[in-house]
Write a protein that binds this ligand. Sequence first.
Ligand SMILES: Nc1ncnc2c1ncn2[C@@H]1O[C@H](COP(=O)(O)OP(=O)(O)OP(=O)(O)O)[C@@H](O)[C@H]1O
Ligand code: SF4
Ligand SMILES: [Mg+2]
Length: 393
Amino acid sequence: MSRPLTSATADAHGGTAAPAAATAVGHEAGGDAVLRVTDLTVDFPTDDGVVHAVRGVSYALSPREVLGIVGESGSGKSVTSLAIIGLLPKTARITGSVRFRGEELIGLPDKDMRKVRGEQIAMIFQDPMTSLNPVYPIGWQIAEGIRAHHRDVSRAAARSRAVDLLALVGIPHPKERAANYPHEFSGGMRQRVVIALAMANDPDVIIADEPTTALDVTVQAQILETLQKAQQETSAAIVLITHDLGVVAGVADRVLVMYAGKPVELGSVDDVYYRPRMPYSIGLLGSLPRLDAVDQDRLTPIAGAPPSLINLPPGCPFSPRCPLRQGVCDDEEPALRQTDGQAHYAACHFSHTLESEDGVPEGLFSATSADFSGPIAIMPPTGAVAPTEGPQS
Ligand SMILES: Nc1ncnc2c1ncn2[C@@H]1O[C@H](COP(=O)(O)OP(=O)(O)OP(=O)(O)O)[C@@H](O)[C@H]1O
Ligand code: SF4
Ligand SMILES: [Mg+2]
């Protein structure tokens, strides 16, 4: 049901659309990309200063691909997605480019953006009630969601499709349940209804922002399964946002790790899980329970907290928490650059050193904030490529 968009000339969000750079890092999906984000930045002017919430995000999403976006609270995951679908407050200053099937979305007038939302790009939020209206039956809401984009579909046909969708996402007795109101469902069932709503217009992209975070573990797994079913049914590409690297493990094709508003690692699930090249990703993995761990007797959270996005100091934003930091890290922010795989990127001055297992010190994040006193010296393995830039102290 995808329809070409008109080219954007107006700027609804005070943003500037940059020309799409086909060669940007993270654009390896090539010309087939259904969604292409290029050097996206979002600033929020506030009384305390400008919050640099998103500081240059680029990725290209292939048809049917599942991209997991992972990072701690405040890393810019939601703001990136809200910028893509044009739901940021008017005060937000946006630059960069978001192209859906080649057409620019940044600056698209609201009425055109409303057509994109739901019909071509659907969004699933953490709280299902963000998407559901408490005063209408759920079947009616799904049917209206269909008719909002397709007035030629009769009410009866839309109602029938709504029941089919409810069955597909696993709502028992869907015909009867279609007449119920959102409060008559459990949290997990409500999230299934929202997935049905997202599927209603057969979108090309579904962005799911922490869709399982508020649910208990068993229900989380069911919702992820339902999301996979939605993907098979619609052939949509999915952006799955979560703070939990474990959630994306079984679902995503690629993973983008974000820190302080920027991508710091991008690669296949195997790249990021088995060959992490950025200490923050290594730290995230260390705080994840693993069934294959043989000698890990406790989880090791990353000590410290992410920096303020108002007055970011120069250098690597992860430096105050990084056991591998060296002098150069406080002087120069590392760019996202290719590391050992063709489509594996990391933003760390020492990612090449980490290319050998010997370059990752044992128990990298075992120090806590109480006993952490300083950086661990890296011993580059024999034959390893030296740090890519800047002098070492
Ligand atoms: N309207 C706004 N005005 C000012 N700052 C904002 C606004 N919206 C978001 N921010 C800031 O932007 C940064 C990124 O927020 P974002 O919601 O994208 O984080 P997140 O990675 O989704 O975190 P979480 O995991 O908690 O959902 C945060 O520092 C947040 O406080
Ligand atoms: S650039 Fe330096 S501080 Fe940043 S992650 Fe790499 S080693 Fe750590
Ligand atoms: Mg968020």
